[in-house]
Design a binder for this molecule. Structure first.
Ligand SMILES: *[C@@H]1O[C@H](CO)[C@@H](O)[C@H](O)[C@H]1NC(C)=O
Ligand SMILES: *[C@@H]1O[C@H](CO)[C@@H](O)[C@H](O)[C@H]1NC(C)=O
Length: 351
């Protein structure tokens, strides 16, 4: 998609100006509780629990971690904006993969909000973690262990939010979508954490475990306001949204020490077997259908003619929801996903 050079220059200039916004000064006491986890996750190595990341949500966050089942309960599965009759109703997290029978093996299925998103349905707000960091009555994380053998084990901590609010660019809010999956991955060798991946938009950043901020043993992540991109530091982060090739510096994420979230306190637990691309739940409460569902966890991008849509220089207010954990390259060679972008393992923290 092409933009005229004048517009590009203007956008770049504004972006540079925006870059000089100051950094947050953390004002709140760090989450201090070191109490042992109350969860039982049989079949998962104890270090996957001991080293589970803690996430700071932004002080101005409006869209909190959310219950995975609430996403199913508040949506209809649609292909090309038409509800599919999944025959096996009601849908739940155990049977969600029946949707893979529709729309190109499920890939064209969108879990579409029953209520008009523009009316701010309450379920999109998610659940504010309690003082201990737990999202009560909401399972908002899926933890997936991939044992590569020879002592190498990757643990994915997949974070779920019902809604992604995009960044505002020149008074236009761009890149909103229903459903949002972000993650950390920790690569262990013989039970010792080596590297940590932080997902951010289409890619992310990798650090040595030694470099990252920790509370006790547990790596700290910062979830960006609205977009929930997961950063290793608090402050302002400029980035370019994938599929929106705007100049660097124009679109910014903000992270700060608002509410602490302890995703492992309300999580489903799985192991992943690469050879067969299969998931195993490690307790009977962790539903498998949700892991196999190949579709999107939110609405399909609204047409330009839809009154809810804003088309700004070919960039849209509403874009399509994301695919789930199964589509996040669970069997990686490196700690980064294999996407043609250089995998840099940073040994010091930076924005
Ligand atoms: C989607 O629906 C529209 C309108 O009903 C139709 O014209 C179009 O062919 C459909 N597209 C696909 C890929 O089925
Ligand atoms: C999984 O990843 C490992 C690298 O750790 C690789 O050797 C193996 O072939 C991969 N398996 C599959 C099924 O892709």
């Amino acid at each position: 998609m092409s933009m005229c050079p004048n517009v590009l220059i203007l956008l770049t200039a504004v972006g540079v100006l925006l870059c000089y916004h100051g950094f947050f000064t953390p004002g709140l006491e760090i989450f201090a509780s070191q109490s042992p986890m109350t969860i039982q996750a049989f079949g998962v190595p104890s270090y996957a629990i001991d080293y589970a990341p803690l996430i700071w949500l932004d002080v101005n966050e409006k869209y909190f971690p959310s219950d995975m089942y609430a996403q199913v309960a508040n949506t209809n599965p649609m292909v090309n904006f038409t509800v599919v009759d999944a025959t096996q109703s009601p849908l739940n997290l155990d049977n969600l993969n029946v949707l893979n029978l529709f729309g190109n093996d499920g890939k064209d299925v969108f879990l579409t909000s029953i209520l008009d998103v523009d009316t701010n349905p309450e379920w999109l707000n998610g659940v504010v973690p309690d003082a201990s960091g737990k999202t009560n009555d909401a399972t908002s994380c899926a933890i997936i262990v991939n044992d590569h053998g020879s002592g190498m084990v990757d643990v994915f901590y997949m974070y779920f939010y019902a809604y992604n609010q995009g960044n505002t660019v020149l008074f236009h809010e761009l890149g909103d979508h229903v459903g949002d999956w972000e993650h950390n991955m920790i690569r262990f060798r013989d039970g010792v954490p080596q590297q940590v991946w932080y997902s951010q938009h289409g890619n992310g950043e990798a650090f040595t475990y030694k470099a990252v901020e920790k509370e006790g043993k547990r790596p700290i992540g910062y979830s960006a306001r609205g977009s929930h991109a997961t950063y290793a530091t608090a402050g302002t982060h400029d980035h370019t949204i994938p599929d929106l090739n705007l100049p660097r510096g124009l679109i910014q994420d903000y992270t700060s020490k608002g509410k602490i979230w302890d995703p492992a306190k309300s999580a489903y637990w799985y192991t992943f077997e690469a050879e067969t691309s299969s998931f195993h739940n490690v307790d009977s409460k962790s539903p498998l259908g949700a892991m196999y569902f190949k579709g999107q966890w939110g609405d399909e991008q609204y047409a330009g003619s839809d009154p809810r849509q804003d088309d700004f220089l070919g960039f849209y207010k509403y874009v399509s929801g994301p695919t789930g954990p199964q589509d996040k390259q669970l069997n990686r060679t490196k700690v980064c996903p294999d996407n043609g972008i250089l995998c840099i393992i940073r040994d010091s923290l930076g924005p």
